[in-house]
Design a protein around this ligand. Structure first.
Ligand SMILES: Nc1nc2c(ncn2[C@@H]2O[C@H](COP(=O)(O)OP(=O)(O)OP(=O)(O)O)[C@@H](O)[C@H]2O)c(=O)[nH]1
Ligand SMILES: [Zn+2]
Length: 341
């Protein structure tokens, strides 16, 4: 088989050195050197729900009569393009989903959203968490472990940056009253749900998550798996005990899993983390979540950080004129501060 053979659809050009190509005799004379890639016109679209060592679980015909989960590998023509949970991909080959069958993912569709966290002190690698989520369920415990405003702020920033709507669930309300903690967020128009193990807000949340792709995030040990198990019958997410002294979980859930809600829609459960790096986040994206402030910020000097020390900040001037409440700007500044200097 020659290197330009039409059968060899998955061979990427990058494998071949241009000079080698040029010096090679071309037995077909007038044939153009460039290979026209086939369009894979009859490829089948599907959504990636699991990623495991180069194998992807892909749901095709979602919601249809032929819905099935197909195992797929990457086609070489994807090059280095990453495939992550939530991606919509085009499959060719055996898409029957029969045991032992293997399809190939030849394309990744443009992503509507992409949630990632940057490398930071606790994790050296930048991680993509999920593609195409439209909601983020931030799970925080009222106590054990103590709620950490900084971490919740960082989730909010990541959600705003990615264009994902944040929702908050406070678990373990049997252990403490979360009112004071929640007062920190009263300026952010957040939807907040209160939960306790013996009375989780299952109906409200199922309704709220129906038809959406919601990524659940939280610090280790907050009770996220307990909540997901209540929302998704048969989910069987491992739950663990919190160390009474440190308030830390035992990292009982260690992988990202997409689960189907009985009301339709997906919840993407992610492993509990202790930090969330924001090195990649764009300041302007965060401010856009505050539409009132973003409009005024158009009058700011170029490069304005909108922080207390920024000269001639138009938002600060609007606050001084009484057009914007001081605590509203304070809240925005607190989130912007999470981005560092
Ligand atoms: N008192 C109380 N305990 C709870 C509640 N929800 C969960 N727990 C307990 O908290 C512990 C941690 O719960 P998990 O669901 O494993 O927590 P997780 O957030 O999934 O933790 P990771 O697996 O580390 O991500 C378990 O012992 C649960 O039984 C609650 O509402 N009240
Ligand atoms: Zn400004």
């Amino acid at each position: 088989m020659s290197w330009w053979s039409d059968d060899d659809v998955d061979e990427p050009y990058g494998e071949y050195d241009e000079s080698a190509v040029r010096s090679r005799p071309n037995p077909k004379g007038n044939r153009p050197r460039t290979k026209i890639r086939p369009e894979h016109a009859n490829a089948q679209e599907g959504r990636v729900i699991t990623v495991d060592r180069g194998r992807y679980g892909v749901v095709v015909d979602e919601g249809g009569a032929d819905e099935r989960t197909v195992t797929a590998a990457r086609a070489r023509e994807l090059g280095k393009k990453a495939i992550v949970t939530g991606d919509v991909v085009d499959l060719v080959g055996d898409t029957s989903g029969e045991p032992g069958s293997l399809a190939r993912a030849v394309r990744v569709r443009e992503r509507e959203t992409l949630l990632r966290r940057s490398a930071d002190d606790t994790d050296e690698v930048e991680r993509v968490i999920v593609a195409n989520a439209d909601q983020m369920l931030i799970v925080v415990a009222a106590a054990n472990p103590e709620p950490r405003q900084r971490l919740v702020d960082r989730y909010l920033v990541a959600a705003f940056d990615a264009g994902i709507r944040p929702l908050v669930v406070v678990t373990k309300t049997d252990l403490a009253d979360p009112a004071e903690f929640l007062s920190n967020f009263s300026d952010l128009d957040l939807e907040v749900y209160l939960s306790r193990q013996d009375d989780p807000p299952v109906d409200e949340l199922r309704e709220r998550l129906a038809g959406h792709r919601t990524v659940a995030v939280g610090h280790s040990g907050v009770g996220k798996s307990t909540l997901v198990n209540a929302l998704v019958p048969g989910a069987d997410r491992a739950t663990g005990r919190v160390n009474e002294v440190t308030g830390r979980g035992r990292h009982t859930s260690s992988s990202t899993v997409s689960l189907r809600l009985p009301t339709g829609g997906w919840i993407i459960d992610t492993p509990g983390v202790r930090s969330f790096g924001l090195g990649h986040v764009d300041r302007g994206n965060v401010l856009r979540a505050f539409t009132d402030l973003a409009a005024i910020a158009e009058g700011c000097p170029r490069g304005c950080t909108h922080m207390p020390d920024s000269p001639d900040c138009a938002i600060e001037e609007a606050v001084e004129r009484g057009e914007i409440a001081r605590h509203r700007l304070d809240s925005a500044q607190r989130l912007l501060a999470a981005l560092g200097a």
